[in-house]
Every structure is written in C-alpha cells, then in structure tokens.
Write a new protein. Structure first.
Lengths: 273, 267
C-alpha cells in the first residue's frame, strides 16, 4: 500500500491548521488560565488531606499542564469539515479518490489534531515548564519526565495516544457521515471523552470501586495511562500493560471504524447539488 | 410599544423559531445538560476522596455549584447577541442595520437569539440543588428563597455585564475575542467551589476584581445560615449581590464609550 497520498493528506491538513495563529494564541491563553484554576482547586484539597490523594501534588500539577498542553489531541468533537462535506456533497470527491477511505480520513484527522496541539504544547512548555519556575512558582511548574525510563516509555505512549485519538475521531466522523450532522455526535462524545479519559480528573481520584472499570475502558489510553507513564506512576510491567491497552484499543477501534465506514459508504446518499 | 413589550416580542419570536424544530431543540438541550453536568462529578469525586475542605461537605459545596450554574445559564441564554456581537455584527457590518432602527442597540442585541438549549445547564443545576437540599439542612423559607432569587438576579447581572464587556471590546478589535471566555466560563469554573478554599490573592481577585464572591459565595453563606469563615459581617452577606448590578452598570458605561467611537466596517 503506498503511503504517499496519506502523508500528503496529513501534511495538507497540518499546514492549513497552522495558519490559525491567533486562534492558537487565544486557545493557549484560555488553557493556561484553565490549568491555573484546576491547580488552585487541587492545592485547596491537597492542603487539607494530601495523604488521601492517589498521586503527589507535584505529579497532579504536571498532569494538569500536560493535559492542557495536549488538549487538542483529545477527540472530543468530530472534524467539522467532514459534516460540511457530507451536507454539501463534497464527500463525493473523497469517494472518487483511489484511496482507502478510512485511511484517508484517519490521516486527515491526525493532521488536524496534531497541528492544533503542537503550537499550544510548545507555548505551554515555555509558560508552565520554564517561566513558572523562573518567577519563583516552582511548586506550580510542569516537571520533566521522572527519569530516563519514564521519558523513553512516554514516546510510544504519546504515539499511541495520538493514534487512539485519531481512531476515535475517525469513527466519530463516520457516524457524522451517516447522520449528516456533527452536533448529535459531539453531544455524546464530548462528555464521554472528558470524563473517561481522565481530562476532568485523573481516573484514580474517582471512588475506588470504579477503578476496575475505569482502568480498562478505551478512553483511559488518551490521558490517564500516558500521563502516569510520564511521571512514572505506571512503571515496569504496569507501564507495559498500559501501552498494551492503548495499542489494543487503537487496533479495535480502527477495525470498528473500517467496518462502519464500509457500511456507511455503501449506502451513502449524495446531498446538495 | 414600550421597551419591555418589544423585548417580549423578540423573545417570543425566537422561541417560536426554535419550536419549529422541537427534536433538534430537545437534543441540543440534553447535550448541553450532559456537557455541563460533568463538572459536578469532579466536585463529588474530590469531596469523596479528600473529605471536607475549608469546613464544607459535598452537600454544601453543591449549593455553590448549583447557584453559580443557574446564574450563568440564564445570563448565557439572555445575552447571546452580545456574545456573538464581534463576529456576527461588527465584522459583517450588520450592526449598521441595528443602529438604523429607532430603538436602543443594547435592547435589540439582548433579544437577538434566546437559545432554549442553554436551559440544559439550568436543568442539571436545579437537579443538583434538589439533591443538595436533601444532603444538608437548608431552611427554605421566605427569607432564604428571597436571598436565593436576589443572588441569582445579581449573578445574572454580573455575567451579562461580562458579556457586554466582551461585546464592547469588539468595537476596538472588530471580532469576538474568545479570550473573554477566561472570565465567563473560567469564572463559573472557579465559583462553583466555596471561595474560602482558595489562596488569598485569588479570593481577592474574585471579590474586588470580578465580584463573583458577592453573587455566589456570600449569599450562599446566608442561605446555609453559616457565618463567613473569613470574617465578613453577617449583615453584609445578603446585601453582597448588589455588586453584580454595579458591575453591569459599569459595563454599560464602557459600552457607551465603545458605541461613541464605532465606525462601520462598511461591508
């Protein structure tokens, strides 16, 4: 299978999204403030009873900044261009390309997510990782990975979180193509991703009884697992199990996405004119 | 037709338009309800894990959460015109048309689009309030209900003031600045916890800068019948929401200054 057209789809979308610099700056400022509020709330609770927390305050702060930096990698809303293409009939062009339909949308989704995430992540490293310690707010700073092993393990974890995110997003896009509108899909997807990925709160903060479920569901691979690998809360065999869970769900969801794509495309009706 | 009747007409038109698509409106409302309700899960999980914080249990914290969300949902529903003012009115030149009509621009913007879906947040906040009432002893009598209504009115005024300020900025920037979301959504985020748990500098920002404490924290203390752990006098607690109206008044002063220097984008 030739890779070039998929890379081209990825690059085209990536470069287009990088043009929106003002949006990136506004998004970054919002996320900086958002992270600060989350940390203020954590600080209040840790101040009372730090022993009850599943991770240290330093790690919780790093978790918050990492989450804000990589927020755009979270598949919490379907690609708006897909919904538009389906409503206007533009999706017909996609059908005419001699490409694998799922692979093409997957590459586009990944370009869309990475291009929005990377500039903000760089700015966030500067602000939370470098400026905060310099102005004497070291306790609030984004720390580097805990050790060389954690850093090395975070590389595959990051790759897998991106791939898993793109797999979920592509599946969402297929459902958008079937239902002609992204609103309904987003209404369900957004809360699911925010809660179960661990974006809202690291998963171990929820009541202990929920853990067996929270630790095996697919969304955990988006935030909770990779971030805990980053600060070595998951290490050794636990880290490897985490990576395996990410990889397993990625494959399963790509498979599901391909099946759904095939069904939807077989009975797709052209809209617009 | 007086201003109030005209505003009523705007609202009725807007609601009739949405009633044409009942399923879509219901689904949007349900979606908004789910998307905003997840925050209470965060509050619950934190209190469940850490126990009481700042002298508050989950039930009491939920009252703060509920009232702030009720205020914001109403303001959000009633100020859509100001929220999209930069993108939909200034940038497109549509504001010229608004100015040609012999009615206050602010009134027309307030009635621009009253979105029922925003009631989703109100719905989940009301459910939380009912639960909270079962968890903590609140004496719902004439005086506490009056304080709650007064606090919500002050809070709606405060959040509307923020959205008016956001619109005012568009006179200079010619587009809606999402950066103001930091104050609106960020304010809701911050004020859904009892404010005495925060560091002192942040409490002061939320009292004297953006007076969220005055519409959320102090009146809820009065409703719960608790003295302020930080020592504000008891008589002050039910009076505090007036700061929300003061904030709205100041916002309109800024709005007038912006109107005075408006020049059309001419498209």
């Amino acid at each position: 299978m030739p890779v070039r057209p998929y890379l081209a789809a990825f690059r085209a979308r990536f470069q287009l999204m990088l043009q929106y610099r003002a949006a990136a700056l506004a998004g970054f400022a919002t996320q900086l403030w958002w992270g600060a509020i989350r940390i203020l709330v954590f600080a209040a609770f840790y101040g009372v009873n730090a022993a009850a927390a599943p991770i240290s305050f330093t790690d919780a702060v790093t978790y918050v900044w990492l989450g804000q930096a990589l927020l755009a990698l979270q598949p919490w809303s379907a690609d708006p261009e897909i919904g538009q293409a389906v409503r206007t009939g533009g999706v017909g062009y996609d059908r005419l390309r001699p490409l694998d339909a799922h692979g093409y949308w997957y590459a586009r989704s990944m370009g869309w997510m990475l291009a929005r995430a990377l500039p903000r992540a760089v700015l966030m490293v500067l602000a939370a990782g470098i400026v905060l310690p310099l102005v004497g707010l070291g306790a609030w700073a984004w720390r580097p990975p805990s050790g060389v092993t954690a850093a090395l393990l975070f590389v595959p974890a990051f790759v897998l979180l991106t791939m898993l995110g793109a797999a979920i997003l592509t599946l969402a896009n297929v459902i958008v193509a079937a239902s002609l509108n992204e609103r309904g899909v987003n209404a369900i997807l957004t809360p699911l991703v925010i809660v179960f990925s661990g974006s809202l709160l690291p998963l171990d903060f929820y009541p202990d009884a929920w853990r067996p479920f929270l630790h095996v569901q697919p969304f955990a691979g988006l935030v909770d697992i990779p971030f805990r690998i980053y600060f070595a809360d998951l290490k050794g065999s636990a880290a490897l199990r985490g990576l395996a869970l990410q990889a397993g769900w990625t494959l399963a969801l790509i498979g599901l996405g391909r099946l759904a794509m095939e069904r939807v495309m077989r009975r797709l009706e052209m809209q617009g004119g | 037709m007086n201003a109030l009747a005209l505003y009523g007409r705007y609202v009725a038109t807007s609601l009739r338009a949405q009633a044409q698509y009942p399923t879509a409106t219901l689904m949007l409302t349900a979606g908004h309800c789910a998307a905003t309700a997840i925050e209470i899960l965060c509050v619950f999980a934190l209190f469940h894990r850490f126990g009481s914080v700042g002298g508050w249990t989950f039930g009491e914290a939920a009252v703060f959460y509920a009232l702030v969300n009720i205020m914001f949902s109403l303001a959000d529903m009633l100020s859509r015109g100001f929220e999209v003012f930069g993108a939909d009115f200034v940038r497109t030149g549509a504001f010229d048309r608004v100015l040609l009509r012999p009615r206050a621009a602010a009134l027309q913007l307030a009635g621009h689009e009253v979105r029922l879906s925003r009631l989703g947040r109100l719905l989940q906040a009301s459910v939380v309030l009912i639960f909270a009432t079962n968890l903590v002893p609140i004496a719902w009598d004439a005086s506490t209900i009056a304080i709650a209504v007064w606090a919500v009115a002050g809070g709606v005024a405060l959040f509307m003031g923020l959205l008016v300020l956001q619109a005012t900025l568009a006179f200079w920037t010619v587009d809606s600045l999402e950066i103001m979301n930091v104050l609106t959504y960020g304010g809701v985020q911050a004020a859904q916890y009892p404010l005495n748990i925060y560091a002192a500098w942040f409490r002061q920002v939320l009292t004297f800068g953006l007076p969220l404490a005055c519409v959320a924290y102090y009146p809820v203390l009065a409703i719960l019948g608790r003295p302020d752990p930080l020592g504000a006098p008891d008589w002050f607690l039910p009076l505090a929401p007036i700061a929300g109206f003061a904030f709205l008044a100041l916002s309109f002063v800024a709005w007038r200054a912006g109107m005075a220097r408006y020049s059309s984008t001419g498209s």
